[in-house]
Design a protein around this ligand. Structure first.
Ligand code: 3NM
Ligand code: MG
Length: 513
């Protein structure tokens, strides 16, 4: 009989999670809410008590025609005659468990790496539990936190095996994370068969409602993915023909440009936002983000100096924007420079979804986890020995891994959505000699992403072009003698392009390189 792994409940009998509730009742209600398989996991009680509770649980699960598995304890599974066991890497080995329980038993194995997963499939596991996806207080001594990127990489490897084994993921999955985990962690070639939760159901005041909510979320894409056009145009000419109208929509719709950015750049970013037609608000207070996130605009999260306080604000804002689906652009400023920044990037990347990530070569490589040379400062130091192909490959890989848009800026900018990759060679060296040109490019891209939700790569392409073509036009002016006059002329040209675009005059697009 085929087993339904879609909503997999793992129990916990500790006071911290179960509280005063009765476990048997929690399981009964959870199944009514939509749980499809149950694992009894109890690391504390004596064997007699385990068998007593497991027997009661089995009566409940049988009534609902849902399988019951026992964590680790093959003897308990045998004693109560339930459907199988779940074994970790340090538990009894699979062959021995199989010998004791027989061919009909369901035997699942925990895996946290490609090697462990492949070995378990080859040894004959009936399903795999992959994790720990996110750090969770429910299980503090986990071997490794794999994130959605690790999950995706294990599943991608499993897709190449001749035997296909169902998988669930575990660790920090709850109503807030479930959709993102499935969206980012589950590749098309080997999608997850389910998600496993402990506290999201066991610690809930109403386990039935909690299970129902998880089921509902599981059936829908996350808010940020709901509007994405899954078959966007591959044709550059066709895309360029739409660039002007996106600039026009920014000017017409005046999207909210919420920027959490460093003090040096705030003023310039607000001016750039105004010049392109956006409506800027420079708020670093995460508590305001819920209200701002509901206004239909977008957020720039420009990392700047990371303090425990600013990190808290970023996390609040990220959650707020992810919940509404309005886009967030992440600028991992100076990402490779210090360990504090590298850790902040890891925390942010595991806590939510960024629709767009924009950085220079070192920053993008840091986010990708491939930065070998420490970055010296926040300036755009060229990463020597890195070819155009390397850059194109890096943006594509990161975008594929995160299922978002990635932009690597430089003399040539590389952008990708994980499928398409474009290189843009517009701009001028003055942009590298004024403060905040990278940051305010982020402001521009985020504003464009707010009005073009279907093809976010096209939004980014349009934003980079308007920005860099305005810079080129500014340097051609006779009154521009250097970077100071350039800054003013640059704002003028952004404003001029916006005025033209409002009239439907998109001639500037022809300067795209
Ligand atoms: N096993 P929650 S993580 C039981 O990684 C368990 O193998 C894990 O709890 C693993 O859903 C975990 O409350 C706890 O985050 C998951
Ligand atoms: Mg175990």
């Amino acid at each position: 009989m085929a087993v339904d792994y879609s909503l997999y409940l793992v129990t916990d009998s500790t006071r911290q999670i179960l509280g005063d509730a009765d476990l048997v009742r929690v399981v009964d209600e959870a199944i009514k809410g939509g749980v499809t398989i149950v694992q009894y996991r109890d690391k504390q009680n004596d064997t007699r008590e385990l068998i007593r509770v497991a027997t009661q649980l089995h009566a409940v699960t049988r009534r609902h025609h849902v399988p019951l598995l026992i964590n680790d304890r093959v003897d308990v599974a045998l004693a109560v005659g339930c459907e199988g066991v779940h074994i970790g890497q340090d538990d009894m080995d699979l062959q021995l468990a199989r010998k004791i329980l027989g061919d009909k038993a369901i035997i699942g194995v925990t895996a946290s790496s490609v090697d462990e997963a492949v070995a378990a499939v080859e040894a004959g596991a009936d399903y795999l539990g992959l994790g720990t996806v996110f750090a969770t207080p429910t299980k503090e001594n986990t071997k490794s936190i794999i994130g959605t990127a690790g999950l995706r990489s294990i599943l991608t490897s499993l897709a190449t095996l001749s035997r296909s084994v169902p998988t669930v993921c575990i660790g920090g999955i709850n109503a807030d994370t479930i959709q993102r985990v499935v969206y980012q962690g589950s590749p098309k070639t080997k999608p997850l068969d389910g998600v496993a939760v402990v506290s999201a159901i066991v610690a809930a005041r109403d386990p039935e409602q909690a299970a129902r909510l998880l089921r509902r979320r599981l059936a829908e894409p996350p808010a940020f993915a709901a509007q994405i056009n899954l078959t966007p145009s591959q044709d550059l000419g066709e895309l360029l023909a739409r660039v002007g109208s996106i600039a026009q929509r920014v000017a017409q719709q005046k999207p909210l440009c919420h920027n959490m950015t460093n003090l040096v750049v705030q003023n310039f970013a607000a001016n750039v936002a105004l010049a392109i037609g956006g409506s800027p608000i420079m708020s670093s207070n995460g508590l305001e983000a819920r209200d701002l996130a509901s206004l239909g605009g977008s957020l720039v999260l420009n990392m700047g100096t990371v303090t425990p306080e600013s990190l808290k604000n970023y996390l609040l804002a990220m959650a707020a924007y992810n919940a509404t689906g309005n886009p967030i652009l992440f600028d991992p400023v100076g990402g490779g420079a210090t360990s504090i920044r590298r850790e902040a990037i890891a925390t942010l990347m595991s806590s939510g979804y960024f629709d767009v990530i924009k950085g220079n070569t070192s920053e993008i490589l840091t986010v990708l986890g491939e930065q070998r040379v420490a970055q010296r400062g926040v300036d755009s130091t060229p990463n020597s020995g890195f070819t155009a192909e390397d850059k194109a490959r890096a943006v594509k890989r990161l975008a594929q891994r995160e299922r978002n848009i990635v932009i690597m800026t430089g003399a040539t900018d590389y952008i990708s959505d994980g499928i398409r990759v474009f290189a843009i060679s517009n701009g001028h060296e003055y942009l590298g000699s004024i403060t905040g040109s990278g940051c305010t490019l982020g402001t521009t891209i985020a504003a464009f992403a707010a009005v073009e939700r279907g093809d976010r790569l096209l939004a980014a392409l349009a934003a980079i072009l308007i920005y860099e073509i305005a810079a080129e036009q500014a340097t051609q002016r006779h009154d521009v003698q250097g970077t100071g006059t350039f800054m003013a002329a640059f704002l003028d040209q952004l404003y001029a392009i916006r005025a033209q675009s409002l009239k439907g005059d998109f001639d500037w697009v022809a300067a795209a390189k």
